[in-house]
Write a protein that binds this ligand. Sequence first.
Ligand SMILES: Cc1cc2nc3c(=O)[nH]c(=O)nc-3n(C[C@H](O)[C@H](O)[C@H](O)COP(=O)(O)O)c2cc1C
Length: 207
Amino acid sequence: MDPIELSEPETAGSTSVERAIATRESRRSFARTPVELEDVAQLLWAAQGVTHQRDGVEMRAAPSAGATYPLVVFLASSATGVDELEAGLYRYQPGDHALELERERAVYDDLVRAAMGQEVVRDAPATIVLTADYDRTRGQYPEHGDRYVHMEAGHVAENVHLVGESRGLGSCPVGAFVDDDVTDALDLPAPLEPLYLLPFGNRSSDQ
Ligand SMILES: Cc1cc2nc3c(=O)[nH]c(=O)nc-3n(C[C@H](O)[C@H](O)[C@H](O)COP(=O)(O)O)c2cc1C
């Protein structure tokens, strides 16, 4: 299947960063409506989209120690998750701002189990999965590389939450899951390790 080209990122939203910080909270219930692909594109761009070039390197939306960019971002979509997308696992390609189908089979129920059945993951139509290739950063920073990767995941997650907040979506950071079960559920290729789940969706009426 050809990569799915995503819509151009919007860089002038109508909500200020301060407003998004002030109203952001972890939201754990979602409307039953599929998320628009345009909103997903904006979240993925906020996570790892290319924002500019420096010395011939494509720099991304979140800071990265030594610009080593160890994080690989996936989108796990449930059957009714995202408009125009089949259920499955997709890999975000920052350079092309595109999604590539990684696993055609439905992975979502297995992902929910790997997150110990947490309602927030089950209820969400889709989840962004942050994974890391630690060696990319360890190579440059043998002592602090692992720490830097974790810090970077925090930057990325907050970008996603704030952009989601500014677009009227809800999201929640999820760190409680069984690593091996997430790896198995998504059949993650080595050396990628799962770090963070970011379930999201349209807000339910009580949010
Ligand atoms: C590293 C990390 C891991 C978290 N893991 C979970 C989780 O597994 N499940 C969950 O429901 N919330 C999780 N949270 C969300 C916190 O419970 C939430 O951020 C906290 O209660 C503060 O509330 P707020 O986000 O609404 O400000 C996590 C937050 C962080 C920063």
